[in-house]
Write a protein that binds this ligand. Structure first.
Ligand code: SF4
Length: 195
């Protein structure tokens, strides 16, 4: 039987594939709706998002909404925006930094979810894990170079740094991001929603 969003969401919520590697019981955090025009492919929930179960409901999310120009109401509207991290469950932390997303997750779920989103017109790849997985050989040697080369990936895809607190210093060192990438990003977001 063909997948449907109604059928796949409970399947994801019940996923225990990498439970033995996670610090808590799995709590997949994903937002998806068949009419979504934009998908944001991020890293993995942090501990705050694990607790709330609401994707990007933290300081990184505030920064991401500022970068994209998306008001909370639209950001959290699954008929407009899909939020699909590389790992759906909080992977834990080590030495004060979150661990990478579990590698089992994206190969297991992403293609099935993307097949249910026929109206997507903009894919936002947030951070090195999403960029490595989706750009593969087209990713540059560093995340900074990949983001700086955003125009080369076409109008339907845009790479961004992870909007963590670290991005504040990174933005100071890379003023072209605010001058060139953010205006293009906001323009593409507006166009995708109007599509
Ligand atoms: S991270 Fe992904 S693969 Fe692992 S338990 Fe959660 S939903 Fe399943």
């Amino acid at each position: 039987m063909a997948d449907t969003i109604k059928a796949i969401l409970p399947e994801i919520r019940g996923c225990r594939i990498c439970a033995k590697h996670l610090p808590h019981a799995p709590r997949p955090v994903v937002q998806i709706g068949a009419a979504a025009k934009i998908i944001i492919i991020g890293q993995a929930p942090g501990s705050k998002v694990h607790d709330s179960g609401v994707p990007w409901q933290d300081q990184s999310g505030e920064r991401l909404r500022d970068w994209t120009g998306l008001a909370e109401k639209i950001f959290y509207d699954p008929t407009k925006v899909a939020l699909m991290p590389m790992g759906f469950c909080y992977p834990g932390a080590s030495n004060g930094a979150d661990l990478p997303p579990r590698p089992e997750c994206a190969p297991l779920w992403h293609a099935r979810l993307l097949a249910l989103l026929p109206k997507l017109s903009l894919t936002i790849l947030v951070g090195i894990h999403a960029q490595g997985y989706y750009l593969q050989g087209a990713a540059k040697a560093t995340m900074t170079e990949t983001v700086r080369g955003f125009a080369g990936y076409g109008p339907k895809l845009i790479p961004l740094p992870h909007p963590s607190w670290r991005s504040t210093g990174w933005m100071r060192r890379n003023p072209w991001f605010e001058a060139d990438v953010l205006p293009a990003l906001r323009k593409r977001v507006r166009a995708a929603l109007a599509d």
